[in-house]
Design a protein around this ligand. Structure first.
Ligand code: HXC
Length: 256
């Protein structure tokens, strides 16, 4: 596979590092195809319990590759199924965390938002600057940013193209937590290891249930939660988790 995305396995966590430093990790076809292929493969890998996507200190990703897009026409964009490439990320049942340092702009911000949680360094800068290029967000920005930060902030970001720093992003709930730039990746890897240590059926169920809340009404969502809660009592890991608590020991989950 192309070296535009590097894959490293650390025990039960897979680390994917975007690797086009000369273009601030701009998302070109080669990088996106490689990223999707890695995620699709990792999603099938029973040994991997959590995936982390990161970039460099300077940029998580500065957006879709403008040089690659510049000369494309409508039919070419339509026929190339530009957006189909992201299916693997949103379809992945294994949790995916984004560790963002530096710029996360346009498609870079959208890629981070496709992940299950964003952890930012204090140097992170988020933005949807597509309006400056004569287009709009096209990888989910108008929808996911609005759901994350609300209409006023999303309109402000998308209509002006301004950037938001890490503190503002945490304040408006785009990011889960902020860490100093030099410890960000270690901290996110620790979070990923924690998640990867839990029982996989409960991790899948938790991710599904939270994601469901974005699609349905509260009563439908509560109903869905109950439907995925009860079957967990058919797992050995529910017995193990609760028995370990009662016996004051660490659980040894079988289906990690
Ligand atoms: C292609 C890019 C790029 C991009 C940076 N580079 N962003 N190449 N596509 N999105 C390249 C630059 O051309 C340059 O290479 C090198 O990376 C370093 O960038 P500089 O601009 O010299 O760095 P700096 O001055 O530090 O400025 C950093 C920056 C700026 C503020 C992040 O690069 C910038 O504004 N980038 C574009 C951000 C953007 O508009 N993103 C949205 C893209 S549209 P050379 O070789 O030229 O020196 C999008 C649509 C998504 O994402 C929808 C899906 C279809």
């Amino acid at each position: 596979m192309s070296d535009t995305v590097l894959l490293e396995r650390r025990d039960r966590v897979a680390l994917l590092t975007l690797n086009r430093p000369e273009a601030l990790n701009a998302l070109n076809t080669e990088l996106l195809t490689t990223l999707s292929a890695h995620v699709a493969e990792l999603a099938e890998d029973q040994e991997i319990g959590c995936i982390v996507i990161t970039g460099s200190q300077k940029a998580f990703a500065a957006g879709a590759d403008i040089k690659e897009m510049r000369d494309k026409g409508y039919i070419e964009m339509l026929m190339s199924d530009f957006f189909g490439r992201y299916g693997a990320i949103s379809a992945c049942r294994t949790p995916i965390l984004a560790a963002v340092s530096g710029y996360a702009l346009g498609g870079g911000c959208e890629l981070a938002m496709m992940c299950d949680a964003i952890y930012a360094s204090d140097t992170a800068k988020f933005g949807q600057p597509e309006i400056r290029l004569g287009v709009i967000p096209g990888m989910g920005g108008s929808q996911r940013l609005t759901r994350a930060v609300g209409k006023a902030k999303a309109m402000d970001m998308i209509l002006t193209g301004r950037m938001m720093d890490a503190e503002e992003a945490e304040r408006c709930e785009l990011v889960a937590r902020i860490f100093p730039a030099d410890t960000l990746l270690d901290e996110v890897m620790k979070i990923a290891e924690t998640i990867a240590g839990y029982s996989r059926p409960s991790v899948f169920a938790a991710k599904e249930a939270v994601n469901r809340s974005f699609e349905v009404s509260l009563s439908e969502g509560l109903h869905y939660e109950h439907r995925v809660f009860y079957p967990l009592f058919a797992t050995e890991d529910q017995k193990e988790g609760m028995t370990a608590f009662v016996e004051k020991r660490k659980p040894d989950f079988r289906h990690r």
